[in-house]
Design a protein around this ligand. Structure first.
Ligand code: HAM
Length: 419
């Protein structure tokens, strides 16, 4: 009996894997235009990093991490997101200690959360993640959001909307929390779900984004964060919005957008789609000015986002697989050396293709050629080998002609024989 795949973990073959390559290549190309460099961080970190970075009271840390002890009894976790690891690397590498300057770091790769798998929600999923460190300016928030929207449009993804809110800072958020808790306590306590009954004490902001109907109805009437912002936060947020407007980037103010990770302050945002079932957020992020310091580094502000690649993949226009250019059909074993040389010569000229490596009847070999999807079949029998030629068959229109070995590449590339 075979060994099965783990639930919530996927194997990606083309065309899915091709879609992932496309998402990553556009990200590399576009983000570089904004000054981002690529960083690769480990998939596993000490659990403490996520506890301190993401927050003990978050669902991610409380319920969703894959955590285990190594042989020395140290607690390790598979990364549930990239930001905490990027901050650790930023501090570890000494980059954080350098005076001044803005650092733009981009990462991509698998993340792990033990959630109930469904469409667009996996236990191993992939993020494209960007962090801009060292700028407290609203320009950094707006530039990052502009880049994200340009990226999503560049992928051909439509039907999305940008939701935005400000979570305030250490000065003004406590006032909001107080007002919120007073409001939540004033409601019928029996109506809250079990999680929210606890959250009112531990993390009241999370009640605002609870999806349960009763909690959601209560949250609708809750006070708005934006009404409680201090002057600095209000001014920061209005500048972010003005910069977005200057670029024609549409947004919806979403008073209930609080995000599921504890490190955020000021600007927070999500991009949502109505076309992927229950899992509507395709990207999320925001500002996290205290995080580097909280993890033992200097006081360096930051803002970032991550896109969920599984969810982007559901919205991508169909990816056309690139067809192979040739299939070399060697009719007899004695033709294999020439077939091998021809295949290598064609590849050295940038063409793609393969050849048969065992002999079979002609019909069966032609079927193999057809199945390969190649545009041309180079038939090599003893006659052709003796004449240093191939019979080149166009598999789309069945035209065929004898072509010298040296002219095959040119013929395949241009569709004509320039001998
Ligand atoms: P997040 O909202 O937890 O933020 O995740 C970002 C995106 O990852 C989500 O919008 C979603 O598309 C995708 N995602 C999350 N969980 C899953 C899952 N189980 N299956 C498939 N996709 C999923 C963060 O992770 C922050 N670190 C983003 C950030 C970067 N904030 C600042 N910098």
């Amino acid at each position: 009996m075979g060994v099965s795949r783990i639930k919530g973990f996927a194997d990606l073959f083309p065309p899915e894997s091709t879609a992932y390559v496309r998402m990553e290549s556009l990200a590399r190309e576009l983000f570089a235009r904004y000054g981002f460099v690529e960083l690769r961080t480990p998939l596993m970190e000490f659990t403490e990093l996520f506890q301190r970075g993401i927050g003990e009271e978050t669902d991610v840390v409380q319920k969703e991490m894959y955590t285990f002890a190594d042989s020395k009894g140290r607690n390790m976790s598979l990364r549930p997101e990239a930001t905490a690891g990027v901050m650790r690397a930023f501090i570890d590498s000494g980059l954080a200690g350098q005076q001044g300057g803005v650092h733009r770091l981009f990462t991509t790769g698998p993340m792990f959360r033990h959630e109930r798998p469904q469409k667009g929600r996996m236990r191993q999923f992939h993020q494209i993640n960007c962090e801009c460190l060292g700028s407290a300016s609203p320009l950094a928030d707006a530039e990052l959001i502009a880049m994200l929207m340009r990226y999503l449009h560049g992928l051909g993804i439509g039907g999305i909307s940008l939701q935005i809110n400000s979570l305030g800072c250490a000065t003004c958020r406590p006032h909001f929390k107080e007002a919120l808790v007073a409001y939540l306590r004033g409601q019928d306590q029996g109506q809250y779900c079990e999680d929210c009954q606890r959250r009112i004490d531990t993390n009241p902001l999370r009640v605002l984004d609870c999806k349960k109907e009763a909690c959601s109805a209560i949250a609708n009437g809750a006070p708005h964060l934006l009404d409680c912002l201090c002057d600095d936060c209000r001014s920061h947020f209005s500048q972010v919005l003005a910069l977005l407007e200057s670029q024609g980037i549409a947004y919806n103010l979403n008073h209930r957008l609080v995000r599921g990770l504890d490190y955020y302050c000021r600007t927070t945002f999500e991009v949502v789609s109505n076309n992927i079932g229950a899992q509507t957020a395709i990207a999320g992020g925001g500002r996290y000015d205290g995080l580097v310091q909280q993890l033992g580094g200097p006081a360096i502000p930051g803002v970032g986002f991550a896109c969920g690649m599984e969810r982007l993949a559901l919205l991508l226009p169909e990816v056309q697989e690139q067809r192979p250019d040739f299939f070399i059909l060697a009719m007899e074993e004695s033709c294999f050396p020439q077939a091998f040389s021809l295949a290598e010569a064609l590849r050295s000229q940038g063409l793609r293709g393969s050849s048969n490596q065992t002999v079979a009847g002609f019909k069966s070999l032609m079927r193999q050629a057809g199945k390969s999807g190649a545009r041309y079949c180079c038939i090599l029998g003893p006659d052709e080998v003796a004449a240093n030629e191939v019979t080149l068959k166009n598999l789309d229109n069945s035209d065929q002609q004898r072509v010298s070995f040296d002219a095959v590449a040119n013929h395949i590339t241009t569709g004509t024989d320039h001998e």
